[in-house]
Design a protein around this ligand. Structure first.
Ligand code: BGC
Length: 769
C-alpha cells in the first residue's frame, strides 16, 4: 500500500517528487480521450525510471504467442496494445545543460490531475548541476471535444541566471513495448516531414498494417511575446524535431505552446494521413490553447453532469470514486463500435486495450446509467460485429452449426489469450455477453435492438451451450465438463455452478427473444432464421430439454450452490486462518497448491447470485455469501465490488463498506502493488456499482427501477445519478432520508424501499427514513 497521493475531492495530487514510485504515478496521472491516451510521463528528458506509454485506440500488434507445448486451438498471437509515438517531448537545455529531474536537485515538485476539467499539470523548481535554477509549469490535455488533438503549455522561468535556454520540441516514434515477447519493434516508418515549428511522422504497425500519423506545431513566447525564431530541424529514424535557442536574463519566462494530433488509417485512407495530420494540428493551433482548454472543461462538465457521485464527509472516498469515474469516461466515449475497454485502458501495456468479459459484466452497468444509451449500444454492437469470428472460434474447437464462442481476450474478434485454461475453459464469458443485451434492454426499453442485432448473437451463444453440454447417463442430467468459472483458482472442473446457471439462463432468454422478434418483426425473424439455417422448433425444444435437465450442484445441508464438482474434496480453510504472509497467494504459492486449495480468486457462485438475485430468496443469498465470502481472497480487482453489493443487500453495512474501500482506492493507494503496470480500468466500474447498486440498492425488478439506499456511517451524505428509460434522476441519501430529483425525461414510476413512487418530470420527492 502507498499513501502519497493527497486527498482532495476533485484533484489527484502528488506533492514532492516520489522518484521511487514514478511508474505508479505515471499510471495514476494518465490521461485519455477515448481515441488515444498516454501515461503521466514528463515532457522534458528524464533519465530515471519511467515507462513511456502512448496508446492509440484499436491499434494493436499480434505478438507471436510463447508456449511450451502447442495444442490445437491455441491462438496464434496475443494482441498487444502498442506503445505508440509520443508528441509531448521537449528537450530543454539551460546554459548548455539538459534539464533532467533525475540529475537535478528538486527544490519543489507537484503533479496534479484536475478531474473536473480534464487536464494534467506539473510544477517544479529545480537546481541543475551548473547551479542554474528553473521554475517550470507544464499543463497538458487530450481533447475530448476534438478527439484527434491534444495540447500542452510548458513554461520555464530563469530564476537565478542569465544566458540561454534552448528548447527542442520533438515527435518520437522510435519506441518499443516493454512486454514485447521477442524484443521486436512493432512499428516501421512510412513517411515524415519537418519544417520550422511543425512536423509529422507516419508509422505503420508490422503485420496489422495500421498507419498512424502524429503531428505537432509549436510556438514559443518570451515574457508573453510571441518570438519570431529560426528553428533547426532534425529528422532521424521515426523522429523529427525543431529547436531554437533564446537569450534570457534572470526572471525571464519562456513559454512553449505545443499542439499535437494522432490520426490513423482506422479513420482515413493511408495515403491521406500526412495531410490529415497537418490539418488537425493547424485546426488545434487556430483554435488556440486557452479555447481548447475551455472546450475541454465544458466537455468534462457535461460528462460529470451525468456521471458524478458526490460524497460528503469523506474526501478520500470522494476522490476515489471520482478517480474511477474519470478514468472510465476518458477510456471509452462510445463514438466507435469498433472500440472497446481494455482492463488497463490507456494506462499501461499489461492486458492493455484488449476486450474481456469485464466490459459486459462490469462496464456496461456503469455506462447504462451514466451515459447516453448509444454508448452502451455501441459496446453491444462491437460483439455483433464479431459474431462471425466467434463462430469461427467455436469451429476451431470442434463446434459447428453456427455455435458462437466469444473470445476471452480479443482485439478483432479472434481469441488471442494464450493460457489454455482461460482460452478453452472460461466459457462463462459467453453468458456475460448475452446478459449485457438483457441488461441493456431492461434499462432502455430498446427492444428493437433484438431484431436488429441482439437475437443473432443470442442464437449463436445458445447454440454453443447446447453443444457444449454432455448427457450424463449416471446422473440423468446434462453436465458441463472441463470448465473454469470466474474463479481462476479452480481450473478444468466439471459443473461450475455459475457457468451452468448462466448457460441455462441464456437458453431461456434466447427463446423469449426469438418469440419477441417473431411476433413483432416477422420479416426480420424470417431473415435471421434463414441466414442462420435455424431449425426453430427442433433447436428450441432441445434448449428446453437442456434447461430442464441441467445439473446444478447443490448442498442441501448448507443451502448453498456448489461452486464445482469436487469442491468439498478440498480441505476447507478460511482466509482469516491463513498466515497473511501467504497473501496474495498468486505470488506466494505454487499454482499446484493454489489449485488444490479451496481459496477463491474472485466472486464465482456469488457472481451468479449477484446477476440473478431476483431468482433467489434472501436466505439462499445469505447462506451462500456466508459460506463463500470467508474463502475468497479477492485476487482479482473485479471481486470486492460484487461482495460489497451482496453484503449491502444483506444489511452487513460494515463489510459492504470494507469491500467498497478495496475497489475505490485500489490504484490510488496501490493496494495490490501493481499500479505501476497501469490502472484497473474495468474494475473501476465495479466501484461505481458498489456505490449505486450496493449502498444505493439500485436494481431493475420486472422492468422497474428500484432503490433501497443505506448511508455508510463514514459519510454525511452521498448522491448519484441514474439514467433509466429516457429519464435521469438524481438520488441524494442523507441520514434523514432520500431525496429523488427528476432531471431529464418525461417522469418515472420507481420503487423506493417498498413504496411505489411516481416522480413527475422536474420534481423532487423526499422520503424520510
Ligand atoms: C480475472 C478475469 C478478468 C481479467 C481481466 C483476471 O485476473 O480473473 O476475470 O477478466 O483479469 O481483468
Amino acid at each position: 500500500m502507498k499513501d502519497y497521493i493527497q486527498h482532495d475531492p476533485w484533484k489527484i495530487i502528488e506533492q514532492g517528487f516520489h522518484k521511487e514510485d514514478n511508474r505508479i504515478s505515471e499510471s495514476i496521472f494518465s490521461i485519455g480521450n477515448g481515441k488515444m491516451g498516454q501515461r503521466g510521463n514528463f515532457e522534458e528528458h528524464y533519465s530515471g525510471d519511467s515507462m513511456p506509454g502512448n496508446y492509440v485506440a484499436g491499434v494493436y500488434y499480434p505478438d507471436k504467442t510463447r508456449v511450451g507445448w502447442w495444442k490445437n486451438g491455441y491462438p496464434e498471437y496475443f494482441a498487444k496494445v502498442l506503445n505508440a509515438a509520443s508528441w509531448i517531448g521537449l528537450d530543454v537545455h539551460v546554459n548548455g545543460e539538459r534539464l533532467d529531474l533525475h540529475t537535478a536537485e528538486i527544490l519543489d515538485f507537484r503533479r496534479e490531475l484536475d478531474m473536473r476539467e480534464g487536464w494534467l499539470k506539473r510544477t517544479f523548481k529545480a537546481r541543475l548541476l551548473n547551479g542554474n535554477i528553473v521554475e517550470v509549469e507544464a499543463l497538458r490535455f487530450l481533447s475530448i471535444a476534438d478527439d484527434e488533438c491534444g495540447a500542452l503549455r510548458y513554461s520555464v522561468k530563469a530564476v537565478n541566471f542569465s544566458g540561454d535556454i534552448e528548447v527542442k520540441s520533438f515527435l518520437n516514434g522510435d519506441v518499443v513495448n516493454e512486454d514485447s515477447n521477442y524484443d521486436e519493434q512493432f512499428w516501421v516508418e512510412i513517411a515524415k516531414s519537418v519544417e520550422g515549428n511543425a512536423g509529422v511522422i507516419v508509422s505503420e504497425t508490422k503485420k496489422t498494417a495500421y498507419q498512424v500519423a502524429i503531428g505537432m506545431k509549436f510556438e514559443i513566447f518570451k515574457n508573453d511575446e510571441l518570438q519570431d525564431l529560426d528553428y533547426a530541424n532534425e529528422a532521424l529514424k521515426m523522429y523529427v524535431s525543431g529547436s531554437s535557442k533564446l537569450d534570457v536574463v534572470e526572471g525571464d519566462q519562456i513559454v512553449v505552446y505545443k499542439y499535437a494530433c494522432n490520426v490513423s488509417s482506422r479513420y482515413y485512407a493511408a495515403d491521406q494521413l500526412l495531410e490529415k495530420a497537418e490539418e488537425a494540428v493547424n485546426r488545434a493551433h487556430s483554435i488556440g490553447f486557452d479555447n481548447m482548454l475551455e472546450d475541454q472543461a465544458k466537455a468534462w462538465a457535461d460528462k460529470w453532469q451525468h456521471s458524478d457521485i458526490v460524497v460528503e464527509g469523506d474526501d478520500a472516498a470522494q476522490q476515489g470514486i471520482r478517480f474511477n469515474i474519470f478514468h472510465l469516461n476518458q477510456t471509452y466515449t462510445g463514438e466507435d463500435a469498433r472500440l472497446n475497454i481494455g482492463p488497463k485502458g490507456f494506462t499501461g501495456e499489461k492486458y492493455g486495450g484488449v476486450t474481456y468479459w469485464d466490459t459486459e459484466a462490469y462496464c456496461v452497468p456503469f455506462y447504462l446509467c451514466t451515459a447516453p444509451q448509444e454508448v452502451t449500444r455501441k459496446l453491444l454492437i462491437y460483439r455483433h460485429n464479431q459474431l462471425g469470428r466467434a463462430i469461427e472460434n467455436a469451429e476451431k474447437l470442434g463446434f459447428d452449426k453456427g455455435a458462437a464462442l466469444y473470445p476471452m481476450v480479443t482485439m478483432n474478434g479472434e481469441e488471442c489469450h494464450n493460457e489454455w485454461e482461460i482460452t478453452f475453459e472460461e466459457i462463462h464469458r459467453n453468458g456475460a455477453i448475452a446478459y449485457a443485451i438483457f441488461n441493456y434492454i431492461r434499462h432502455t426499453d430498446d427492444k428493437e435492438y433484438l431484431a436488429e442485432y441482439g437475437l443473432e448473437v443470442l442464437m449463436g451463444i445458445s447454440r454453443f451451450w447446447a453443444q457444449r453440454v454432455n448427457w450424463s447417463e449416471g446422473l440423468e442430467k446434462y453436465v458441463m465438463l472441463g470448465v473454469t468459472g470466474p474463479n481462476e483458482f479452480d481450473n478444468n472442473v466439471d459443473n461450475n455452478w455459475y457457468t451452468s446457471y448462466i448457460a441455462m439462463w441464456c437458453l431461456k432468454y434466447t427463446e423469449e427473444s426469438l418469440a419477441y422478434v417473431k411476433e413483432n418483426h416477422p420479416k426480420r425473424y424470417e431473415e435471421i432464421v434463414q441466414n442462420a439455417s435455424f431449425d426453430a422448433s427442433a433447436e428450441v425444444a432441445k434448449w428446453r430439454e437442456i434447461r430442464e435437465k441441467m445439473y446444478l450442484g447443490y448442498d442441501e445441508k448448507r443451502n448453498i450452490f456448489i461452486q464445482a464438482d469436487g469442491f468439498f474434496n478440498k480441505e476447507q480453510i478460511l482466509v482469516k486462518d491463513l498466515d497473511p504472509k501467504h497473501l496474495p497467494l498468486v505470488h506466494h504459492w505454487s499454482w499446484d497448491r493454489i489449485l488444490r486449495s479451496n481459496f477463491i480468486k474472485q466472486a464465482d457462485v456469488l457472481q451468479g447470485l449477484y446477476m440473478f438475485e431476483e431468482e433467489f430468496d434472501l436466505e439462499t443469498l445469505k447462506s451462500n455469501y456466508d459460506f463463500y465470502e470467508p474463502r475468497t481472497v479477492h485476487e482479482s480487482s473485479l471481486s470486492p465490488c460484487v461482495h460489497s453489493i451482496i453484503a449491502a443487500k444483506l444489511g452487513d453495512e460494515d463489510r459492504a463498506y470494507e469491500f467498497y474501500l478495496r475497489t475505490s482506492r485500489l490504484d490510488l493507494d496501490d493496494y495490490n502493488s501493481d499500479t505501476k503496470d497501469g490502472l484497473h480500468i474495468t474494475s473501476m466500474a465495479g466501484t461505481w456499482m458498489s456505490v449505486v447498486e450496493g449502498f444505493g440498492g439500485k436494481r431493475v425488478v420486472d422492468g422497474q427501477l428500484t432503490l433501497s439506499p443505506m448511508l455508510p456511517k463514514q459519510w454525511k451524505s452521498y448522491s448519484f445519478k441514474v439514467s433509466f428509460k429516457g429519464n435521469t434522476i438524481l438520488v441524494k441519501v442523507t441520514d434523514s432520508g432520500v431525496e429523488v430529483t427528476h432531471e431529464e425525461g418525461q417522469g418515472l414510476q420507481i420503487k423506493l424501499y417498498d413504496e411505489e413512487i411516481n416522480i413527475k418530470a422536474n420534481t423532487s420527492i423526499v422520503v424520510h427514513r
